[in-house]
Ligand binder design. Structure first.
Ligand code: HEM
Length: 405
């Protein structure tokens, strides 16, 4: 079996749209990833994606950003604001864990920090299972931990969330409750319209667990990277620092630049389902693998300029290119959370009042508005437990002198 790595953006773009290439990054993590949306192929994938896309029906983003994001953020950040300081990795995980759980359809009836941390701990274990391919630990030991975490997840979180939704659905069907009362989440969509033969109890559990870990880590890490990049740029460029405050569309542009530099999944992997040639001429036999180096492609000087490796929100983005490069993937498995997290790429006439900025921009903006800045007495450190270049701890203080009041 051959395994080639590609960093050429054109070949990557075609590979991500190519129906002869199937998802391959999660084969080792089948304990949690078997037959979830991200690993399905062909018709089965199309059918599932169409079903789950149903979450984004009418007004979804407005509903999510105002009715879910704002209260969730305020509840999660209140204690940190009162203390005058926060550890940004911890805070971002708590906020995004709650947001992702709302999107997936997992209730947290107690609404406490402990409950969030309990869920987060389970999701961390799921995530270790999903990324088994990169694990340096004994893989069977990790699989055992994932199975145990799934067992705990069921009675604590999944079963009560399923029961509440089934009861609501029954009332809507009986005409004693309006449609609008239904939660807008993946679990509700599956319970309402999913094929019961496809969604066995184990499959349902894996699908919901997949959503929890797909959204939480990527959003949290991207938020901390963005906060750091914007703070550093603002320190060296006071005019832009002022503009981040007065021009939220510019702030979003800065966040997109950070997303380009730090793709949460630096590599995608595909396997050929039949003999096949990639756009660069590389020939693959059935079963051959190809790694798509999104990190390097996002820094390609031919697209993003000679300074592609550095943060520069004023760079020219060629027409037809995403400002965040391949960070959310493209094609068959492109990220369903893209607009939720990254917002919409603004057109020249975008109205700042109604523009959809995305969760990462909104979170960073909220932090900046409270005068958040790195704690000079407790410098940030990089994450030690992963080969991925993420922040491990990022202490900030909320400086009233810097707040936007
Ligand atoms: C900054 C945050 C995020 C980043 C960088 C990101 C990145 C990605 C990437 C690169 C893929 C494609 C993987 C591949 O082609 O192999 C993907 C797929 C996916 N993402 Fe995200 N993601 C983010 C947030 C989210 C959120 C918040 C959600 C859920 C609410 C989500 C749900 C999904 C789903 C469901 C897929 C699979 C789509 C499919 O297979 O059809 N993501 N994401």
């Amino acid at each position: 079996m051959n395994h080639e790595t590609i960093a050429d953006p054109r070949t990557i773009a075609e590979a991500l749209r190519d129906g002869n290439l199937a998802q391959a990054l999660y084969d080792e993590g089948a304990v949690i990833m078997e037959d979830v949306l991200l690993t399905l192929h062909g018709d089965a994938h199309r059918k599932r994606r169409l079903l789950e896309f149903g979450v984004f029906r009418r007004n979804f983003f407005k509903h999510y950003e105002t009715e879910i994001f704002v209260p969730t953020l305020e509840q999660s950040i209140a204690g940190d604001l009162a203390a005058g300081r926060a550890e940004l990795v911890d805070l971002s995980y708590r906020v995004t864990m709650n947001l992702t759980a709302d999107f997936a359809g997992i209730d947290r009836p107690e609404g406490t920090r402990e409950e969030t941390l309990n869920l987060l701990h389970l999701v961390e274990t799921f995530s270790q299972g999903a990324t088994l391919i990169h694990s340096t630990r004994d893989k069977d030991e990790v699989r055992g931990e994932v199975r145990a975490a799934l067992e705990r997840f069921d009675p604590l979180f999944l079963a009560p969330s399923v029961a509440r939704r089934r009861a609501l659905l029954a009332e809507v069907e009986a005409g004693i409750r309006p449609e609008e009362d239904l939660p807008r989440d993946v679990l509700t969509v599956i319970l309402r319209s999913g094929d019961p033969e496809e969604f066995t109890p184990d499959m349902l559990r894996r699908e919901v667990a997949f959503y929890l870990q797909a959204g939480a880590h990527s959003t949290a890490n991207s938020t901390v990277h963005a906060f750091h990049d914007l703070t550093e740029w603002g320190r060296a460029h006071p005019v832009d620092k002022a503009r981040m405050r007065s021009d939220p569309i510019f702030l979003q542009r800065c966040v997109h630049e950070s997303l380009r530099l730090h793709p949460a999944s630096p590599v995608s992997m595909r396997k050929a389902i039949c003999p096949h040639a990639l756009a660069n001429g590389h020939r693959m036999e059935e079963g051959d693998l190809v790694s798509l180096d999104l990190y390097r492609a996002n820094r390609d000087p031919a697209i993003f300029g000679a300074d592609a490796d550095s943060f520069n929100p004023h760079r020219t983005i060629p027409v037809g290119q995403n400002p965040f490069g391949f960070t959310f993937g493209i094609g068959t498995h492109s990220c369903l959370g893209r607009d939720l997290d990254g917002g919409v790429v603004p057109k020249a006439d975008a109205d700042p009042e109604t523009h959809q900025y995305g969760i990462v921009t909104r979170l960073v903006r909220r932090l900046m508005s409270e005068g958040a800045r790195p704690d000079p007495d407790d410098p940030a450190t990089e994450a030690a437990h992963t080969a991925r270049p993420n922040w491990g701890r990022y202490p900030v203080i909320f400086d009233p002198a810097e707040a936007w009041t």
